[in-house]
Ligand binder design. Structure first.
Ligand code: AMP
Ligand code: MG
Length: 474
């Protein structure tokens, strides 16, 4: 018996040069870590059927599910600003697509499933750390309410993966509304393959932005989607860490949970990634990097936009909308975070003043905002007096709001995937103990609920628990 999923594989119907057909490379001893029952049901799948030996075998790559047409997608990208003409799925395979009961189309992808023609010098594998990490953080992102790829399941391979030492191998079963990236467009643009660009554009318009009529409409829509996403990241203190063009989706979903982090102590220039030496992808740089990436996307669309001069002008105008769109999204999110559902002129300055005193006072991002509705925000500041004058201004402003507390509680999570908790779950998983992983997932599934029995998960890390560096998921 093999696993059967209701596949309908539109990407596999695109021409051969979009991908390499490739099967997963079998592993020694597949074992189940987790199946995401809620997501399975939302996709119209039976969660029980995903925990059977057939399913686990398929997820580990030892069998191809009926109807799957596994392939490694071709893409290129700018990594830290440097151009790589050929990246592609080097450790992932698109099994196929399924249609959810609501009609939405989703990719089912294996990550860590063995080498592909795009692996370059890599082994095509993942160890359990990045698999656990992506599972936890991507599901937390979804529960917070931001667009993201999801985790449907995770399995172990029963084989070691060699990094600095031997580590247990694992595979993540990832779900996304697609895995098409800015880098997918760049791959064909760099090859001056205008026909492929046209096919890809038609494909993503049909799939993600059916209201778009033209490549320019697509650029507008992607610009708006990214403005929404990045403002959302900022509102939760999220640092993606590796915003290369191959890690920016066209759908507007967060993808690639490598060296990402939700910051504890707030600082606008915070960086976690061990390889981000110059802070290119620092917290406060994310909106600017999004514009840089969108400019790369726009330049790929130019050959489809008619005469050169007017096309460049129109594309530039489209990207130049980003700052206003982003500001509006940012202000909307942060207004809610301080309890404002009406708009007044001084609101942006009030928010900026709080952030400035948080940066100066070493305040915990999540605890400070949540503390506004709990009355504990002042305790997050090294010098509570620094907070006091802001507090008085804020009290005066919220006096003109109907229910600021309700607004804040819906906008400020009590629980985020704090780095030290994620690492704790990984350390246990390496020894075969998935209990901390499951507990963390169940808490993070309800980030806005108080959950008094999980109070310790709201805490900032103790001095000896602070994680200062995160690593790419290779
Ligand atoms: P990422 O850092 O996940 O954005 O990956 C960048 C590129 O490196 C992609 O083309 C990946 O497929 C590839 N890559 C990363 N790790 C591995 C690995 N262990 N084996 C093969 N390819 C990899
Ligand atoms: Mg990537």
């Amino acid at each position: 018996m093999t696993l059967t999923l209701p596949f309908d594989n539109s990407y596999a119907r695109l021409p051969d040069r979009f991908y390499a057909r490739q099967s997963a490379v079998p592993v020694r001893d597949p074992g189940l870590i987790a199946v995401n029952a809620g997501l399975a049901r939302a996709l119209g799948l039976d969660p029980e059927a995903l925990t059977t030996p057939e399913a686990v075998t398929s997820f580990a790559g030892n069998a191809t599910p009926d109807g799957a047409e596994p392939l490694a997608q071709a893409y290129a990208g700018h990594q830290f600003g440097g151009w790589s003409p050929q990246l592609g799925d080097g450790r992932a395979l698109l099994l196929g697509e399924i249609l959810a009961p609501d009609g939405r189309r989703f990719d089912i992808q294996l990550k860590g499933s063995g080498p592909t023609p795009f692996s370059r010098r890599g082994d095509g594998r993942a160890w359990i750390g990045p698999v656990i990490r992506e599972y936890i953080v991507s599901e937390a992102m979804a529960a917070l309410g931001l667009p993201t790829t999801r985790a449907l399941a995770a399995v172990t391979t029963g084989e070691p993966v060699w990094r600095e030492s031997a580590l247990p191998g694992a595979v993540l079963v990832r779900v996304a509304s697609s895995h098409i990236r800015v880098g997918t467009f760049q791959y064909f643009a760099a090859r001056q393959d205008t026909e492929a660009l046209r096919l890809l554009t038609d494909h993503v318009i049909a799939r993600h932005y059916p209201d778009a009529q033209t490549p320019l409409d697509l650029l507008d829509a992607v610009t708006a989607a990214q403005a929404h996403l990045i403002a959302g990241w900022m509102s939760f203190g999220f640092i993606h860490g590796v915003m290369n063009t191959d890690n920016m989706t066209i759908s507007g979903e967060t993808i690639d949970y490598g060296p990402c982090a939700f910051m504890d102590e707030y600082h606008p220039q915070k960086v976690f990634s061990s390889i981000d030496q110059y802070g290119r992808y620092a917290y406060g740089n994310q909106p600017r990097i999004a514009v840089w990436n969108l400019a790369q996307f726009a330049s790929c669309l130019l050959p489809l936009m008619g005469e050169e001069e007017p096309a460049i002008e129109a594309a530039t105008a489209a990207i130049n909308r980003f700052p206003d769109l982003y500001e509006a999204e940012w202000l909307h999110s942060f207004r809610a975070k301080i309890g404002l559902s009406t708009e007044e002129d001084g609101d942006a300055a009030l928010i900026e003043a709080l952030l400035a005193s948080m940066a100066e006072g070493g305040a915990d991002f999540t605890r400070t905002f949540r503390g506004l509705s709990d009355g504990t925000a002042a305790t997050e500041f090294a010098d509570p007096e620094a907070f006091e004058s802001w507090f008085n201004d804020w009290r005066a402003r919220t006096a003109r709001e109907a229910d600021p507390k309700a607004t804040m509680r819906a906008a400020n999570p009590a629980f985020i995937p704090r780095n030290h908790r994620v690492e704790e779950a990984i350390r246990a998983a390496v020894t075969g103990d998935y209990a901390p992983f499951h507990r963390l997932n169940s808490i993070l599934a309800r980030p806005y609920d108080d959950q008094p029995d999980a109070i310790e998960y709201r805490a900032a890390p103790a001095d000896d628990e602070i994680v200062t560096r995160t690593f790419c998921g290779t």
